[in-house]
Design a protein around this ligand. Structure first.
Ligand code: ZN
Length: 375
């Protein structure tokens, strides 16, 4: 599976300024990086520079997935700010820089403005159901953008993915309404943005929907969160035989912002000036093994944030590799799944989708009400 992490601002800043640490670049794509990964997600909403690939020194063999800025529109709206993004500008930026680009979506779920920075992860990933009127307005606006994308393409290597929105637990039927309205646009792939982002069942529902509509390749799952989310994608790839499935699972970026040094074997350690309690570097990954002095973990400049973020990114890749190896043996994988209730729900949903179809799988979890005549 293609995992394209989104770099935190400090990693981008350190890269542009050529800041190194112990002779290593503070990213995962330059020759002197501590580890390599050949994929990255960038968003037009955050880095709209036309020469962003050169600016960030990203080699041509590294796949850039280009988000359109739809998420930026959504979060700005939640904070009451007005941001304008032109679809044609996004398309040209994607053609110049990216291998995969997502259409400029107007997300119909409403995110509330976070009350504090601590609350940011919950506020920006849960998503609330909106009114029918608002939903239709977002859908029509997205279709207008899709038309601009479809009719103005210049020759390039770019594959464009059509985003499906709409499904929240309260109103799952909206996913079908959205899909039917956008399905005839001529693009190369599909993308879903499950909300809540950390809910394995919701991710399974969105992937099961694609499967039921015959979509089995070129699929991007936007911004899923947490360790029980990635196994769902790995399972879908194998069991639903999905090809070219990618994600930008962003838990590692959020943890980095809060200065959590994530661990797979216990609680994460937190490195903040206010609470200076750790006196050892707690890991021997390719990033942490170059840190000689724990004080560097407390730095609040680009280097400090980048080190924590790179460790978290490396750990996420490590976890993904583990799950990808585990799934080769059904029995070991099922043992692993049983440890996580919410992951089990998602796996069961995908199995039901294969056996009985998506609509039936939905009825089994009572999200779509059966008509009385079918009881
Ligand atoms: Zn480490």
């Amino acid at each position: 599976m293609l995992f394209a992490p989104s770099p935190v601002a400090e990693i981008m800043s350190a890269t542009i300024k050529d800041e190194q640490f112990e002779g290593h670049s503070l990213n995962w794509w330059e020759p002197a990086s501590t580890f390599k990964l050949d994929s990255i997600l960038l968003s037009y909403g955050t880095t709209p520079e036309m020469d962003i690939r050169e600016k960030l020194k990203i080699p041509n063999n590294v796949i850039i997935i280009g988000d359109s800025g739809g998420y930026k529109l959504l979060t700005s709206r939640a904070r009451g700010k007005n941001v304008n993004i032109e679809p044609l500008d996004v398309l040209r930026w994607q053609e110049k820089n990216c291998e995969i680009g997502l259409t400029l979506d107007i997300n119909p779920t409403s995110l509330r403005a976070p009350g504090s920075s601590r609350e940011k992860s919950i506020a920006t990933t849960s998503g609330k159901t909106t009114t029918d009127e608002y939903f239709n307005k977002c859908l029509e606006e997205t279709c207008k953008n899709n038309e601009i994308f479809q009719n103005n393409r210049a020759p390039s290597k770019l594959k464009i993915y059509n985003i499906i929105h709409g499904g929240t637990f309260e109103k799952m039927e909206r996913m079908d309404i959205w899909y039917n309205r956008v399905k005839d646009f001529k693009f190369e792939g599909w993308s879903v943005a499950p909300k809540p982002a950390g809910n394995p069942l919701k991710i399974a529902i969105d992937l099961g929907f694609l499967y039921s509509r015959g979509i089995k390749e070129n699929i991007h799952v936007l911004a899923v969160y947490g360790n029980s989310a990635l196994p769902i994608l790995v399972y879908a790839k194998k069991k639903l035989e999905m090809k070219n499935i990618s994600t930008d699972s962003f838990g590692q970026a959020l943890l980095s912002i809060y200065r959590h040094h994530k661990s797979l074997i216990g609680p994460s350690l937190i490195y903040t000036e206010k609470n200076k309690i750790h006196t050892r570097v707690p890991c021997f990954c390719p990033v942490c093994s170059i840190i000689k002095n724990v004080e560097d973990m407390y730095r609040t400049d680009n280097t400090g944030y980048a080190l924590i973020s790179l460790h978290n990114t490396w750990l996420t890749i490590h976890f993904l590799k583990y799950v990808e190896a585990l799934i080769e043996n059904e029995e070991s994988f099922q043992k692993f799944v049983k440890k996580y209730n919410r992951l089990s729900e998602g796996i069961t949903f995908l199995n039901n989708t294969i056996d009985y179809g998506w609509e039936e799988a939905m009825k089994k979890i009572s999200l779509i009400q059966k008509p009385l005549t079918e009881w």
